[in-house]
Design a protein around this ligand. Sequence first.
Ligand SMILES: [Zn+2]
Length: 291
Amino acid sequence: MSIVNARDILLEASKGKYAVGAFNVIDLIQLEGVVDAAVDRKSPVIIQTSVKPSKFLGADVPVSIYRTIAASAPVPICLHLDHCTEVAYCKKCADAGYTNIMIDASKQPFDGNISQTREVAQYSHKVGRISVEGELGTVGGVEDQIKVAEDEAQLANPNQAVEYVEATGVDIFAPAIGTAHGVYKTKNPRIDFERLGEINRRLNGKGVKTPLVVHGGTGLPEDYIKRLIEMGVAKFNVSTELKRTRIDATYEYIAANRDEYEPGQVDVAVRDATRKAVVHWIQMLGSSGKA
Ligand SMILES: [Zn+2]
């Protein structure tokens, strides 16, 4: 039961009014930090890789590490491919053993987004118990190879959201509501809560069918996070914070131990700092004790 797809844990989260964190990692050390935090807090968790680190390692490598660690972990863990714009690479990762795939065709015209998303959903569902995430509208900021200027970010239209989810067969859905990747430039980012509420009512008003996802978790104020969970969000993506944690922990360790040449100790510092950051998120999202 430790190797799971995202749909299963997010349906539970939606019903229980908590959310599950989805944390971007690029290697084994960060992955261990995330899993340590989830085990410590008895929380379900989603590990995710962007396309770049997935291609750098080769899709089979993150999958092998994930499957080895998750198989013996006492909490449910999903491995998610984040923001993949290429249908072929989505399929490759489904074949390799990722358990959730995000096809990001949100920059395509509406019809193109539907057809690409549907192709990945149908393929992934045929391969096995793999869930699929789709996005409508665009999240501001920078994610991996995708750049969107904040002023051109377009929010998801509630009518189109229903049509998109029904036509594509996606399991979980990320509507753009004003969150951004990277670091927020203001203390109070403009988030369209009403839009999210409307989309959730239309999709899940008669019982949760399609759990909702919010991208750009790093830097969102805690009261916003709580309100979004209350309104139906079941998954928060956290990438930038773990990148910063990794770089800062590495820099701080080396600066304090400049004469030591034990790379393993740098890894310990990164793993422990990652665990701490993820424990904090798990507490904010209310998923402690839900595994
Ligand atoms: Zn994202």
